[in-house]
Design a protein around this ligand. Structure first.
Ligand SMILES: NC(=O)c1ccc[n+]([C@@H]2O[C@H](COP(=O)([O-])OP(=O)(O)OC[C@H]3O[C@@H](n4cnc5c(N)ncnc54)[C@H](O)[C@@H]3O)[C@@H](O)[C@H]2O)c1
Length: 476
């Protein structure tokens, strides 16, 4: 049923509660009965899940109306106010309450009711029609010709309190935008992500998930800018289907991650952390290390970060070998990098470092069989993504001495709390901190803000991961 064709009362019901409530409302408002209703009247089954679902929707709608009537919601923004006026003008809540249910009068869940109402308001905002005092009125869409005309709200969902977000909130506010800082915890549940994004036109995203469920619940969201490079937490396919632009901030993390990678290699080779731990225990045990200087470095994924590692490695006069499906040949030649298969990289390297993206095809690209190809003295460094490696197989390989050791910055589950790793002396562990430097933050923040402002101004940013959404919107 098109929203435009319906009576305002029905529209509210439709928006608030979906098709079951619309059917119920339709029946209440017009006396019309559907074939389904008639069939139910003839042979009614008390346990029918459809009826229970209708009853649940009725209860929520009733609760929404009651909550409005009693003004239990916090002072509403203007559109909520308009809907509220429409509801109160058009409806007499007492006429509809208490609504009969299949199982007697149910307890009203006011929080759920408020959520339903907010959803209704969000929906009505994103539709072309809204209700004002019982009549349809065309509302001015906030976006026209790809530009945001109104004051947009931008969610900044990074793993930091606002005072630690550097210039991001200030820059957005200076551009006339509203800012909402979410908790952005690494393990933020989907419901919290949805709550933090309600009404937002754009989000600067941290590690929290952006799934189909999130996009469906937040129809105003037009843009997600993933702070950093890896975008495995964003379902780009689902975003593309729903017309949400996705971008990241490539090129801003290279230096930080490359420095960290070299740091892990030197630490493993010289046993710096191991010696540090021993000295803190009062022990003086200089174990002999190995050389990074002139050793062979195998880079898996010679993209931006891989190339930044290669540049540094050449400064250590390392032989650099790499596995990369789309090499930049000019760079390869300039830095005398030898390209080869993954297996050959693993067989020949003294250090192997992973800089490829997390995708279904790269999941556990390093498993027990691949680890078995490495030299017993070789070290594996993973500052790419945790799920590139079979973590259990790596633990066994390191513990048994099948390989020399491992430097691990990225983990299958973050935060990593598995106590097994702390027992090993030939590993260096870091908490996904390779890119957490001042320089990386400043550069990533500046680029993320720039992308948000560009999109809101109707300009196409170069960092879009789904440019087809942009093209589609321009063709429409
Ligand atoms: N530890 C951190 O804090 C941190 C920070 C930023 C990025 N990262 C990770 O680093 C990864 C690389 O970042 P980038 O900026 O260099 O990305 P990039 O896209 O420039 O480079 C990735 C490279 O991997 C290559 N590749 C893809 N599949 C491959 C495969 N099966 N085998 C070998 N190579 C393959 C690609 O062709 C590309 O050249 C990111 O995807 C992210 O997961 C980690």
């Amino acid at each position: 049923m098109a929203v435009n064709d319906t009576h305002p009362q029905q529209t509210i019901a439709l928006l608030a509660c979906g098709r079951h409530a619309a059917r119920v409302w339709d029946r209440a408002a017009t006396g019309r009965r559907s074939a389904h209703d008639r069939a139910h009247d003839r042979a009614h089954d008390q346990d029918c899940p459809h009826c229970q679902s209708v009853a649940a929707d009725q209860r929520l709608l009733a609760a929404a109306i009651t909550a409005l009537a009693e003004e239990t919601l916090e002072p509403p923004p203007s559109l909520v106010g308009q809907v509220m006026s429409a509801v109160l003008a058009e409806l007499r809540p007492a006429q509809y309450l208490p609504l009969p249910t299949q199982r007697g009068q149910a307890r009203i869940d006011r929080v759920a009711a408020a959520r339903v109402l907010r959803h209704a308001v969000d929906q009505s905002r994103s539709s072309a029609t809204t209700m004002v005092a019982g009549r349809h009125q065309r509302r001015r869409p906030p976006w026209r010709n790809g530009r945001c005309l109104g004051m947009a709200t931008v969610a900044v969902n990074l793993t930091r309190p606002e005072e630690e977000l550097g210039g991001i909130p200030a820059q957005l506010r200076a551009a006339g935008l509203k800012v909402r800082c979410g908790s952005g915890r690494r393990s933020t549940p989907v419901a919290e992500v949805i709550e933090s994004l309600r009404g937002c036109a754009a989000a600067i995203a941290g590690q929290e998930p952006y799934s189909a469920e999130v996009f469906d619940a937040c129809p105003e969201l037009r843009l997600v800018v993933r702070f950093g490079v890896g975008f495995d937490t964003v379902d780009v396919g689902a975003a593309t289907e729903r017309g949400v632009l996705v971008a990241n901030t490539p090129g801003t993390t290279d230096g930080g991650v490359a420095d960290h990678t070299i740091g892990l290699m030197i630490d493993l080779a010289h046993g710096i952390s191991r010696h540090d731990r021993a000295m803190r225990r009062g022990q003086w045990q200089g174990q002999r290390g190995v050389d990074v200087w002139q050793a062979t470095l195998g880079i898996v994924g010679l993209g931006r970060i891989g190339r930044a590692v290669a540049r540094r490695a050449r400064g250590f006069k390392m032989r650099v070998i790499a596995h990369e499906p789309y090499p930049v040949m000019e760079f390869v030649q300039e830095h005398q990098i030898e390209l080869m298969s993954l297996d050959d990289v693993l067989r020949q390297s003294d250090f192997v470092t992973l800089h490829l993206p997390a995708m279904p095809e790269t999941e556990r690209v390093i498993d027990a069989a691949k680890l078995a190809l490495m030299k017993p003295t070789a070290f594996l460094v993973n500052a790419g993504r945790g799920n590139l490696v079979d973590e259990d197989a790596l633990y066994s390989a390191v513990k048994s001495g099948e390989i020399g050791g491992a430097g691990i910055d990225t983990w299958t589950t973050e935060p990593m709390t598995d106590p097994r790793w702390a027992e090993l002396d030939n590993v260096v562990l870091s908490p996904h901190s390779a890119a957490n430097t001042q320089g990386v933050w400043t550069a990533s923040a500046a680029l993320a803000v720039q992308i948000v402002l560009q999109v809101l101004r109707g300009e196409r940013p170069a960092q879009l991961l789904n440019p087809e959404v942009w093209d589609r919107q321009r063709q429409a």
